[in-house]
Design a protein around this ligand. Structure first.
Ligand SMILES: [Mg+2]
Length: 236
């Protein structure tokens, strides 16, 4: 069965995302340094995020609430209203930064769109992700946009069912082995990993290097060649 449909992740695959979170976290640490040291803040923030994922889901709004919760905890509720306001402002900046496409995306997508059905699959805040898709100028390259709560095997099965696409003709492209590659390999699809220079701690997972239906590329422009190689390997 030939590969007919490409799923493409958005954050840190099409455009920058994690860098903004890093800068926001740095500013957050700076705000709390009168009370606590950087390592304590980073550790507490990560634990709060991990705990809150099941309540808030992914995205910048949940992250903002987790920053506030962390600030209250690590300062023993001594943080004042002015500082809480600055944390809320950090969250608003995170929600409104311009969309910066990664290298090779704008030049490579039209060629992929001509050969495959393209589906953008991303998780996070619905409103924020819709805004980013609109601001990116890439929406018309995609046949479908799917904004999901989690990128796991049941989600991919559901999306493919709805599109009427068999897992064996589907290849997912993204920067996260945990969310973009591994679950798709598990259901019988193909995966292309395009690593980004930073990975969110909660997104780390072991890579299935050497899996026959997986490829790794170092830049978005290498994706067309990688899909061809996966298809040739399948045919052989
Ligand atoms: Mg991503």
């Amino acid at each position: 069965m030939p590969i007919t449909t490409l799923g493409i992740d958005a954050d840190d695959t099409l455009w920058q995302n994690e860098d903004h979170y890093h800068l926001t976290t740095k500013a957050f640490v700076g705000l709390l340094e009168p009370w606590v040291d950087e390592d304590t803040i980073n550790g507490a923030l990560l634990e709060t995020e991990r705990r809150n994922l099941a309540v808030f889901g992914y995205g910048a709004k949940g992250f903002t609430l987790s920053m506030i919760e962390t600030a209250l905890a690590v300062t023993d509720h001594r943080i004042d209203g002015a500082h809480v306001e600055r944390i809320i402002d950090l969250g608003k900046q995170l929600l409104s930064h311009p969309v910066e496409l990664l290298d090779g995306v704008a030049s490579t997508l039209p060629g992929l769109a001509a050969r495959y059905r393209l589906v953008l699959i991303t998780k996070g805040d619905l409103f924020h992700q819709e805004s980013k898709v609109a601001a990116s100028g890439l929406a018309e390259q995609f046949d479908h946009v799917e904004i999901v709560a989690e990128k796991d095997e049941p989600t991919y099965r559901r999306v493919l069912d709805r599109l009427g696409v068999d897992a064996g003709e589907f290849c997912m492209v993204g920067n996260s082995v945990r969310s973009d590659v591994n679950p798709v390999l598990e259901i019988g699809g193909y995966g292309i990993h395009v690593p980004y220079h930073v990975t969110w701690e909660l997104e780390r997972a072991p890579s299935k290097h050497g899996h026959p239906r997986m490829a790794e590329v170092s830049a978005f422009a290498e994706i067309p060649g990688a899909v061809d190689r996966l298809a040739e390997r399948q045919a052989a």
